[in-house]
Design a protein around this ligand. Structure first.
Ligand SMILES: [Zn+2]
Ligand SMILES: [Zn+2]
Length: 137
């Protein structure tokens, strides 16, 4: 888990008002590392009982658009959200489904693939699979 400091600064730099709801959403995602919107909603509902799922979706939409939050799409699973951090790849446990981050400069790989294929690659998301430390023991 990566701790992101100064959430309100990050929001303002990206041109979004640092509303209480946005800060709470980011804080919750930051704490969780990777989270589905249903779990996010459940956690936030405990803090703000009046919160609606539609409000979360609306806020998430602008946070994703501003690249403060990233969507993680894994085949067969609901969309997972994480704070946008430095380039990394995902390591998913085939037993319990836990998602771990592995620090990795994907863009270096993209440069190499672009060179080999002579294609203009704009994005690359890598997902790796194996057993997490818990399940391996
Ligand atoms: Zn596991
Ligand atoms: Zn991640």
């Amino acid at each position: 888990m990566r701790k992101i400091e100064n959430l309100d600064n990050i929001l303002r730099q990206k041109g979004l008002r640092a509303t209480a709801q946005r800060l709470m959403i980011c804080d919750e995602i930051n704490k969780a590392g990777h989270i589905e919107i249903d779990n996010l909603y459940e956690n936030l509902k405990k803090q703000i009982p009046s919160l609606s799922l539609a409000t979360i979706y609306k806020n998430m939409h602008s946070l994703v658009k501003k690249e403060i939050i990233s969507e993680v799409n894994i085949k067969g699973r609901k969309t997972i959200y994480e704070m946008t951090t430095e380039s990394h790849i995902h390591y998913i446990c085939t037993e319990c489904g836990v998602i771990e981050d592995i620090a990795f400069d994907t863009m270096a790989l993209v440069d190499k693939i672009s060179e080999l294929s002579e294609k203009n690659i704009t994005d690359c998301k890598l997902t790796t699979f194996g057993l997490c430390t818990n399940c391996a023991n």
